[in-house]
Design a protein around this ligand. Structure first.
Ligand SMILES: O=c1[nH]cnc2c1ncn2[C@@H]1O[C@H](COP(=O)(O)OP(=O)(O)O)[C@@H](O)[C@H]1O
Ligand SMILES: [Ca+2]
Length: 496
């Protein structure tokens, strides 16, 4: 008995008080750690979806976006999860059979139904934005353009989503929302450390948008945003008829005035490869409001290539009218433009063409040299080298590349010095660069004017802090206990 009592005195860990204390501390640690892990962590990650149809002049694409429901206002949370390219041409090509415009969207919309969870269908917004092809159709035949819009509206209403409207967006919106997209995806709004200008090239129009250093002298070219607590004063301009397909028509129309042969049936063109020879129709050139002066081309003509880059550039330059400007500086056609400033993202056809021609890096001089070489390559060699590329695209790359270099250098006034500031991009992360994401973010109010309140520390940091803090408390208890034990032993020894 005496021995047992002695052991109990020697080993205070067996004291009930100590055991209870240890249990309480352990319980406290487990509780604190569990609470910190669960706190702020969402039990189920729910996703929301949005669908935007980009009804371009050449074709329509359907984009599906996804974002975590509870992080709606955090920048960079929305990503593109699926893209569907509608078969056939753009909706404006259905002007004589408008009912087919709506039908053309069915396949991609069925695909969207499969991709988005059924439970989310009713709350998923669907937007259709039509760009320059429909702007031109409206100029030409407003009734036809209304019928095409009615047809796509009817078709989209039949799906279980929340249809939010089909409309022709303004050129300024196309430019500004493209700018929002590239800056949102680059996380520039949160960082607030400078923004990326946006250059979009389509088939029927082209847009330039950036924050200039100079004052914006024309009201038509300004657009203001307040995003995440910062004010942005943008310069933007959309050039209708300066998309690459319309400029090709303009330049063919121009050439037809002086290069037709005696029989008026052969049109010689320095922007097409030697040996290229294709039968085309008068309508292919003149059936557009962009070509104002209709000339003497016959109903059918032969388009013949000359493969001469320098001559091609001379002919393309004629498309830019630099004869008048009522501001301190202009790009072309009397449009005000301040000096280009900062870095730019150039996407859509800027990317397709420059990527194909291998011109997405290097100097402006390199690009010109490569173009000279490429345009002088005979057509039969080009066809042999790229057997898988669609002939329509392939035959036009010499023209399109020349047009892009001329637009950037002589139109927007980029120079050899700031050429490197243009980045040719298709995607940023998973998402395509283009106006659609910015359009949806704006319409769903997903970029707030003021920066949302953020917790003091991120979730991971908060958990680590709580764990370390609890361990520290535990250690202090332990040290206090050691100190208590040592002092009781010393007291016992003193008694003995
Ligand atoms: O793979 C490609 N190579 C070259 N051009 C392409 C390719 N894919 C699309 N494009 C071109 O990109 C342009 C897209 O224009 P879009 O249809 O968006 O017109 P818009 O923006 O003027 O309304 C068209 O000129 C189309 O031919
Ligand atoms: Ca476009």
């Amino acid at each position: 008995m005496d021995e047992q009592r002695e052991v109990q005195v020697k080993n205070p860990c067996h004291r009930p008080v100590f055991l209870i204390l240890t249990a309480v501390i352990a319980a406290v640690i487990i509780t604190v750690v569990s609470i910190s892990v669960v706190q702020n962590k969402h039990i189920l990650q729910k996703y929301k979806y949005g669908i935007v149809l980009d009804a371009g002049s050449s074709h329509t694409s359907v984009y599906i976006y996804e974002w975590p429901a509870e992080k709606e206002n955090n920048t960079g949370m929305v990503r593109q999860t699926h893209t569907c390219h509608v078969k056939g041409k753009g909706i404006s090509s259905y002007s004589t059979i408008p009912e087919k415009a709506g039908m053309s969207l069915q396949e991609c919309m069925e695909e969207a139904k499969q991709k988005i969870p059924v439970a989310r269908h009713p709350e998923t917004p669907v937007y259709l934005g039509a760009t320059a092809g429909m702007r031109l159709l409206k100029m030409d035949n407003e009734d036809a353009s209304n019928k095409v819009l009615a047809s796509v509206t009817n078709s989209l209403k039949k799906y279980p989503f929340s249809f939010q409207g089909a409309r022709i967006i303004l050129g300024q919106e196309e430019g500004a929302f493209g700018w929002i997209t590239v800056n949102y995806l680059s996380d520039n709004f949160r960082k607030a450390m400078g923004t990326l200008g946006a250059l979009d090239l389509g088939g029927a129009s082209t847009q330039i948008t950036f924050i200039p250093k100079q004052e914006i002298e024309s009201q038509d070219n300004t657009i203001d945003f307040r995003l995440y607590g910062n004010d942005y004063h943008l310069y933007t301009h959309s050039f209708l008829c300066f998309g690459k397909d319309q400029v090709l028509r303009l330049s063919l129309a121009e050439k037809s005035r002086y290069t037709l042969d005696k029989n008026n049936s052969t049109l010689s063109d320095p922007c097409f490869h030697t040996g290229y020879n294709s039968s085309k129709k008068y309508m292919d050139v003149f059936d557009t409001p962009c070509v104002k002066e209709k000339s003497a081309l016959p109903k059918d003509f032969i388009h013949v290539g000359l493969g001469d880059w320098a001559e091609c550039q001379n002919s393309v330059k004629k498309v830019f009218d630099a004869s008048h400007c009522r501001y301190s500086t202009c790009s072309f056609d009397g449009v005000f433009q301040p000096s280009v400033e900062g870095k730019f993202g150039a996407f859509s056809a800027f990317y397709f063409v420059m990527d194909f021609l291998n011109l997405t890096s290097g100097t402006l001089e390199d690009a010109k040299l490569k173009m000279r070489r490429y345009c002088s390559t005979p057509w039969k060699d080009i066809v042999q080298r790229y057997p898988k590329i669609l002939e329509k695209y392939l035959s036009e790359y010499c023209f399109s590349g020349t047009y892009i270099l001329t637009l950037l250098e002589h139109g927007y006034k980029f120079t050899s010095n700031n050429w490197k500031d243009i980045q040719f991009i298709k995607k940023i992360g998973d998402s395509d660069a283009g106006w659609t994401l910015g359009y949806m973010l704006n319409l769903t109010n997903m970029i707030p004017a003021e920066a949302p309140d953020v917790p003091l520390m991120p979730h991971g940091g908060y958990v680590s802090f709580m764990v370390l803090f609890t361990l520290l408390v535990f250690l202090l208890f332990f040290l206090a206990f050691l100190y208590y034990r040592r002092s009781t032993r010393t007291a016992q020894k003193d008694i003995i």
